[in-house]
Design a protein around this ligand. Structure first.
Ligand SMILES: NC(=O)c1ccc[n+]([C@@H]2O[C@H](COP(=O)([O-])OP(=O)(O)OC[C@H]3O[C@@H](n4cnc5c(N)ncnc54)[C@H](O)[C@@H]3O)[C@@H](O)[C@H]2O)c1
Ligand SMILES: N[C@H](CO)Cc1c[nH]c[nH+]1
Ligand SMILES: [Zn+2]
Length: 436
């Protein structure tokens, strides 16, 4: 892991997300699925997932869901349901209610909250299966009250045919019934535009690799999306009170996700930086997914030396990482300075995987600097709001002239007259028509 100064490090890797070829490939896939439906979906599934399917095999059956239980350990079922409970508890706190304000003049103003009707959730599964992402997608949608939740996930994981049984059990435990075995950009396009087999959705949520992230960006507008939750990222700001072995382990926990994942240590201590560097090398050699993790560390990993913890936080705010661990003496004292980070982990025992699996907050978190303006998936992702205006006669008579004034200053006579006709009818004149 290379040591660099903050000045020598490109803190905004956003600039070009994905290579030109990846962007072009995704545009082609999305267009083909939009135009050809199942034919393109099945063609790309064969090309990228090495699975030759016919349309009838796209949907996972209830028998398959039941059969998956025989393939997983009871301890897994217990663990996933304990995690689900924490995640549900956390997300229930985010629920919003509709509200209405009765005004003294008898008018009523308010906001009506309704769940989205049909949402698509992407559960990644190319290199590794992510049953935890089933819960992180589905539970907030359920808490919001979404009635149709459609799940898509690759038909093969790590080169092995079939949806991972742990994903199917997590889906069954979460109560998802409509599941399709399709992944990558083609799955996102199918959810957005629909095919002969898959009904289109209103919104797509969920993380994925670069092809999934680019496809979500491509279909945005036809449907809503949560955020761009692409290859995982971790930034740790630690001083020499931290344990280098813990910090190295946390950096590698995200590097092992993807060759494009990024793991960055920021520290004011050169001695700590070198200890961490040695630990990363030592632990990396023993990691089963060392090929992926070392590609990620080599290309996107770095140890950035800063002069102080405050300067370190400025670096973090520029990076706007998906996950930020702050492992310094008295971390709580610095919390107010952190402006841009998807999820903040404080102190030596809040290891990133605690958040990935169990604590309760969502692990689908914006990446690639987008934590500057977007947030982890939550219940708000699955609702929409309608404004409510009930104006009483008294309120219109009282405020009509002001509205007419504003309309005429915008040159919109039709707007002015829509109010004025009522004022005249009720015997109150409409003010200056702008002609005299
Ligand atoms: N940010 C988050 O919240 C978050 C959470 C969990 C996982 N992740 C990320 O999700 C990702 C999971 O990636 P994954 O690859 O294991 O699974 P994935 O399901 O995201 O992607 C697999 C799909 O990619 C497509 N694909 C593979 N190579 C392709 C190519 N050359 N051209 C076009 N399409 C291709 C295939 O169709 C395959 O089904 C990782 O990057 C991980 O870091 C992020
Ligand atoms: N760290 C990932 C988010 O970037 C989420 C995850 C799922 N499983 C393990 N980790
Ligand atoms: Zn993770």
């Amino acid at each position: 892991m290379r040591l660099v100064s903050a000045q020598d490090f490109d803190l905004r890797r956003e600039v070009e997300y994905g290579s030109a070829e990846q962007n072009e490939a995704v545009r082609t896939i999305v267009k083909a699925v939009k135009e050809e439906g199942n034919a393109a979906l099945l063609r790309y599934t064969e090309r990228f997932d090495s699975m030759k399917l016919d349309a009838a095999a796209l949907r996972v059956t209830q028998e398959e869901l039941k059969a998956a239980y025989a393939l997983v350990e009871p301890s897994f079922v217990a663990a996933i349901s304990a995690a689900a409970e924490n995640i549900r508890h956390f997300h229930t706190k985010q629920k919003r209610n509709s509200w209405m304000d009765l005004q003294p003049d008898g008018s009523l103003l308010g906001q009506i909250i309704r769940p989205l009707k049909r949402v698509g959730v992407y559960v990644p599964g190319g290199k590794a299966a992510y049953p935890s992402s089933v819960l992180m997608n589905v539970i907030p949608a359920q808490v919001a009250g979404v009635s149709e939740i459609v799940m898509v996930t690759p038909p093969a994981t790590g080169g092995k045919a079939g949806i991972d049984p742990y994903i199917l059990v997590a889906a069954a435990e979460a109560g998802v019934h409509e599941i399709y075995r399709v992944g990558g950009a083609q799955a996102i396009a199918a959810l957005a535009y629909g095919t002969e087999t898959i009904e289109p959705v209103d919104k797509i949520c969920g993380p994925g690799n670069i092809y999934v992230a680019l496809a979500k960006r491509e279909v945005y507008g036809a449907v809503d999306i949560d955020s761009i939750a692409g290859p995982s990222e971790i930034a740790v700001l630690a001083d020499d009170s931290a344990n280098p072995a813990y910090v190295a382990a946390d950096l590698l926990s995200q590097a092992e996700h993807d060759e494009m994942a990024s793991a960055i240590l920021v520290t004011p201590s050169e001695m700590f930086a070198k200890a961490c560097q040695a630990e990363v090398a030592r632990q990396l050699a023993e990691l089963p997914r060392k090929d992926i993790a070392s590609a990620s560390i080599e290309q996107y990993g770095a140890i950035i030396l800063v002069n102080s913890i405050e300067e370190g936080i400025q670096v973090i705010n520029r990076l706007a990482p998906e996950h930020f661990e702050l492992i310094v003496k008295e971390p709580m004292g610095y919390l107010g300075l952190v402006e841009n980070a998807g999820a903040i982990f404080l102190g030596p025992y809040s290891s990133e995987p605690v958040g990935d699996y169990y604590a309760g907050p969502n692990h689908i978190i914006p990446t690639n600097g987008t934590a500057r303006f977007s947030s982890p998936v939550d219940v708000d992702d699955f609702i929409k709001k309608s404004s409510l205006i009930y104006y009483s006669k008294e309120a219109l008579l009282e405020n009509g002239a002001t509205i007419i004034e504003l309309a005429r200053r915008e040159g919109l006579e039709g707007h002015a007259r829509a109010v004025e006709i009522r004022l005249r009818q009720e015997g109150k004149a409409g003010g200056n028509d702008g002609n005299e």
